[in-house]
Design a protein around this ligand. Structure first.
Ligand SMILES: [Zn+2]
Length: 113
C-alpha cells in the first residue's frame, strides 16, 4: 500500500507507534511510511487507545472536540469548551504555549496555572 500523504513510500506494518494522551504513552499498531515517517494507526488500536484513555479519565467525551474559530481583529479566537475547561481546571488567566505540529495541527499546552 502506498503512503496516502506523500504518494511515494510503501507503507510498512509496525507495532511501535506512540501516541501520547495526557502524559501517558500508548503503543499502537499500524503502518509507517519510510519516506517522511507518516504514521497511520489501525482503527482497532486507535479505538482501544480512546477507550483506555477514557477509563483513565485522561479525556472527557468526546475524544475529539470540534469547535469553530472566531475572527477577532487581526487574529482568530478559539473558545475552550466548558467541559474541557472544567476538566482541566482552567481559570482563563493561564499562560499557554502553542506549537505547530505538521500542517493541520496545533498543540496547545498550559504553562502555568
Ligand atoms: Zn509518505
Amino acid at each position: 500500500m502506498k503512503c496516502p500523504v506523500c504518494g511515494k513510500g510503501e507503507l510498512a506494518k509496525v507495532d511501535d507507534i506512540l501516541s501520547e494522551v495526557g502524559g501517558f504513552a500508548f503503543v499502537e499498531r499500524g503502518h509507517r511510511c519510510p519516506v517522511r515517517g507518516e504514521e497511520f494507526i489501525d482503527q482497532a488500536d486507535s479505538d482501544r487507545t480512546v477507550k483506555v484513555a477514557r477509563r483513565l479519565g485522561l479525556w472527557g467525551e468526546p475524544m475529539k472536540l470540534h469547535r469553530k474559530l472566531s475572527p477577532s481583529g487581526r487574529g482568530v479566537v478559539l473558545r475552550i469548551p466548558e467541559d474541557l475547561r472544567k476538566s482541566m481546571n482552567l481559570k482563563g488567566s493561564e499562560t499557554i504555549s502553542l506549537a505547530k505540529v505538521g500542517k493541520k495541527r496545533i498543540l496547545l499546552e498550559v504553562q502555568s496555572p
